[in-house]
Ligand binder design. Structure first.
Ligand code: FDA
Length: 457
């Protein structure tokens, strides 16, 4: 699984970031600002970083960029402000560059639309995109050994369009910022009529052009994405019945109150990290309703108002099937034969639909998925989850001197903000500080070897 390489020209990065969503974008900015700060200072060494992103261009959950959807986090928790309020990569700098600063202030709003925040992220990404290989998917990571120790990794990325040879980057540190993976119920496979909300917009656009126009769409789930999908489909398909299937009695509001919001503070990461497993679980149980299976209060009100008005008019098009679950969703030609089961009575109702949308959330992939056999060097806890240091570095066997850092996927160690935007700026700075600190103790000669010309498979 590893190989000895002889010395050669220096071509080893300090870090390679896998994925270029908001997390690694924040890291790229932190690196750029770190390097800019070093200029003119004696002794400092610039950090070399490069990023690999499989999408052809920057994109943040494009399939859910619904016109009316708003951010669930204050604009002040942007890519930089908590780390460096003077940064010119802030949301306020973006507004100024778009000539909208005064308009935004007059709006008196902390929660911009997702479309606007996407534009902000795109604007920031464009300013650092010299370091990003878009359209490349990392498919393997190979450890490189030197004198029996793993001192770096070769990161192999294939050109998604298949137009060029794979890229191979050698790096002392890997930062995995690959995000979460859409979750579908067991036995369900996504296709042109069975969707995960991740792909809502392109699929819905396709459905709009079809004849006859859709008569029924089913949405499964009770969280924010589910409610947004119901709202959107109900508006965009005026001839269709929209059935929301939820296991709850009704949509529950997100707790965005001030004290509860502290669970996303940078200091809460320290608290969570130190807490016992029992207290960690307690915190997640108490405050899961800040993020999981909950919906913005205004959206709940709006959906309820629509249900009620339709009842008044006697044309019920938005139907809430509560305490119920979908037990079958099977394609039959252009239809999806769906069976909904009441969890109270056990009775089953067949619903023939044009499309079924699963708003069933996302799962965290185990970081082992990219590293093959090398993942056996990871330390794991009793539950089999990777041990992660406070600096987001995976704990490994002592012979591994190269670093693997996690941006996301650390809810079991660092708490509920792990996969969210709240701490992105601070987390990126902590990872960068750790990389710089380790590099001060590293033997530079040990790392000066070129990557292999190619890796089979
Ligand atoms: P993210 O998933 O954004 O990015 C990962 C990137 O890695 C992707 O671009 C992907 O293409 C790439 N990638 C994956 N595997 C790869 C590989 N092998 N090679 C190369 N590239 C690879 N949170 C919040 O705090 N406030 C909010 O308002 C919202 N709103 C929101 C709306 C919706 C619709 C969703 C689905 C989620 C949110 N979130 C959120 C949570 C969300 O996880 C968070 O906003 C960020 O997307 C996390 O950023 P990351 O960069 O960690 O992952």
């Amino acid at each position: 699984m590893s190989e000895e390489l002889s010395g050669g020209e220096r071509s080893v990065h300090d870090l390679v970031g896998v994925g270029f969503g908001p997390s690694n974008l924040a890291l790229a900015i932190a690196v750029a600002e770190h390097n800019a700060d070093l200029q003119g200072r004696p002794g400092g060494r610039a950090v070399t970083a490069t990023f690999v992103e499989r999408q052809p261009q920057f994109g943040w959950h494009r399939g859910m960029l619904l016109t009316d959807a708003t951010m669930q986090v204050s604009f002040l928790k942007d890519l930089v402000t908590l780390r460096n309020p003077r940064s010119d990569f802030s949301f306020l700098s973006y507004l100024q560059s778009r000539d909208r600063l005064i308009d935004f202030i007059n709006h008196k709003n902390f929660f911009p639309s997702r479309v606007e925040f996407h534009d902000y992220l795109q604007w920031a990404a464009d300013r650092v995109d010299g370091n990003v290989a878009y359209g490349h998917e990392v498919v393997a990571v190979h450890p490189v050994t030197h004198a029996g120790e793993v001192t770096s990794f070769d990161v192999v990325a294939r050109d998604v369009a298949g137009a060029s040879e794979p890229l191979i980057h050698r790096t002392r540190n890997l930062v995995l910022g690959t995000g979460l993976v859409p979750r579908l119920p067991d036995g369900v496979t996504a296709d042109a009529r069975i969707w995960h909300t991740r792909d809502l917009l392109p699929n819905a656009e396709r459905l709009k052009g079809m004849s006859p126009s859709p008569s029924r769409i089913i949405v499964v789930g009770a969280g924010q994405s589910a409610a947004e999908a119901v709202d959107y489909l109900h508006r965009e398909f005026p001839a269709a019945e929209v059935c929301a299937v939820i296991t709850r009695y009704g949509y529950s509001p997100a707790d965005d109150s001030a004290f509860a919001n502290r669970v996303f503070d940078p200091a809460a990461v320290d608290d969570y990290y130190m807490a016992s497993p029992q207290v960690k679980q307690m915190i997640l149980d108490y405050h899961g309703n800040t993020n999981y299976s909950v919906v913005d209060h205004d959206l709940i009100e709006d959906l309820y108002r629509r249900v009620y008005q339709e009842k008044v008019r006697g044309e019920e098009r938005l139907r809430l099937l509560n305490v119920s679950r979908v037990v079958q969703a099977v394609r039959s030609g252009d239809r999806v034969q769906t069976v909904v089961e009441s969890m109270i009575t056990g009775s089953r109702t067949a619903l023939d639909a044009d499309a079924v949308v699963f708003a069933t959330g996302y799962r965290t992939p185990d970081p082992a998925w990219l590293l093959g056999d090398f993942a056996e060097e990871f330390q794991r806890d009793d539950a089999g989850q990777v041990r992660v240091s406070r600096d987001y570095r995976i704990e490994t066997t002592p012979r591994v001197r190269a670093g693997i850092y996690l941006q996301g996927g650390t809810e079991h160690t660092h708490g509920i903000s792990s996969s969210l935007l709240s701490n992105t700026s601070i987390r990126s700075a902590e990872i960068l500080d750790s990389i710089v600190e380790y590099s001060e103790f590293a033997d530079p000669l040990a790392f000066d070897s070129p990557p292999a010309a190619s890796y089979a498979g």
